[in-house]
Design a protein around this ligand. Structure first.
Ligand SMILES: Cc1ncc(C[n+]2csc(CCOP(=O)(O)OP(=O)(O)O)c2C)c(N)n1
Length: 392
């Protein structure tokens, strides 16, 4: 192989000696052939399209009872959403994160779980929490800031939702690793947004889960926006599912407004975990139709046309077309179910109101076993103020 010698002078030094740099130059015909690396296929799944047409070959053919249960859960999620927003606007609720338009993503991801499985959600997850057994009045208490609302319902393995974005994904992986060691075949579903997927902790979680084959189903809810940051500023690739491939995690991209697609993908991911094969990444492509939280006004950063275009992809409307075509439910049923859900929510609101009694003297409690002296001082001053105002 021929060699080429180049000479170069080092500059600015007293002993500017000549250095000899030798490069090895391979002739064209001796260079190794370029190879490509196969990153594996990422399936892009849709079973029920925007018009409510179903791909018969992929339809999971769930029983009538199951389909009705799923539909009711989606309607309940939406009705709860609308009511909570109204309660917040009327001053009865704390800051709230609506999930309007994400009902299929929510219900689909927890559908394959049983009580022994784990669910570790982000804050926009009340739909999935209701499916898991959290109560309507409990969630109202939670969002109104009462610690009683955070109590995990008896019999399920859920964690409280996380507000620090991406922070819960690493502990969820720890739960998956523990499940793997116990060998009890339980799986963990953890969800997070497109924005959270850029957090370092999420990359660490992917890596640990993949290396240790932990049965974790990472549900990346790509709802188009992380507050005012659009998905195209979040990642240079359109498909967030690609993020799994680099960690050796089988990944799927699903129409997150298609409840059947979400169920099939989540079931596939759960089966994979239960079989000891490790984690799975499910990218659910959906859209945040409402405000980020009640403290946000999306009109200042996104166009109404974009929201309008997604209205046509409504997950509930297309599922109702499917149910109507199958002769399982009709328009009168849809109206009745809507009213029943609304009545249940109003009943829960009464329970919530009976329990939501502000206890101003508890403000300093539940943080320390032994309160630091400076906090104790503040507490005493605060109590004197309450006494002066005649507040109990
Ligand atoms: C570590 C951390 N940084 C910043 C915030 C403030 N914050 C709250 S939500 C949010 C955007 C999250 O977007 P995404 O993960 O896409 O989820 P989405 O709200 O769209 O469901 C940010 C930056 C936070 N809660 N935690």
């Amino acid at each position: 192989m021929p060699t080429k010698t180049a000479s170069k002078r080092s500059s600015g030094t007293k002993q500017s000696a000549q250095r000899r740099v030798t490069e090895v130059v391979a002739p064209e015909n001796e260079r190794p052939m370029r190879k490509t690396i196969d990153l594996g296929d990422i399936e892009d799944l849709q079973i029920l399209n925007e018009e409510g047409e179903v791909d018969e070959a992929l339809d999971p053919n769930l029983s009538e009872d199951e389909l009705k249960k799923i539909h009711r859960a989606m309607v309940m999620t939406r009705k709860f959403d609308i009511r909570m927003l109204a309660m917040q606007r009327q001053g009865e609720m704390g800051t709230f994160a609506p999930g309007l338009g994400q009902e299929a993503t929510q219900i689909g991801q927890v559908y394959p779980l049983n009580a022994k499985d784990w669910f570790s959600p982000s804050y926009r997850s009340f739909g999935a929490q209701l499916w898991r057994g959290w109560t309507l009045d409990g969630l109202m208490l939670l969002w109104a800031g009462y610690y009683e609302g955070f109590e995990i319902p008896e019999g399920i393995n859920d964690t409280p939702f996380s507000i620090v974005i991406g922070s819960h994904v690493l502990p969820a992986t720890g739960l998956g690793m523990a499940a793997k060691i116990r060998g009890d075949k339980s799986v963990v579903v953890t969800n997070f947004g497109d924005g959270a997927s850029s957090q370092g902790a999420v990359a660490e979680a992917f890596n640990f889960a993949s290396v240790y084959k932990a049965p974790v189903i990472f549900v990346l809810e790509n709802n188009g926006w992380a507050i005012s940051i659009p998905a195209e500023k979040q990642a240079a690739v359109r498909e967030f599912a690609r993020r799994g491939a680099g960690f050796g995690i089988p990944s799927i991209r699903v129409d997150g407004n298609d409840i059947l697609g979400m169920i099939v993908a989540s079931q596939q991911a759960a089966d994979h975990g239960r079989a000891g094969k490790g984690p799975y990444l499910v990218e659910a492509v959906t859209y945040r139709m409402s405000v980020h939280t009640t403290a946000d006004d999306p009109k200042v950063y996104r166009k109404e046309d974009e929201v309008k275009a997604w209205e046509a992809k409504c997950p509930i409307r297309r599922f109702e077309i499917y149910l109507r075509n199958k002769g399982i439910l009709d328009d009168a049923d849809f109206e009745r179910i809507g009213k029943e859900c609304e009545a249940e929510i109003l009943e829960a609101r009464e329970k919530f109101r009976a329990r939501a009694k502000a206890k101003p003297r508890e403000v300093f409690d539940y943080l320390y076993t032994e309160m630091p002296p400076e906090l104790k001082e503040q507490q005493e001053e605060y109590f004197r103020k309450l006494d002066r105002k005649g507040v109990e």
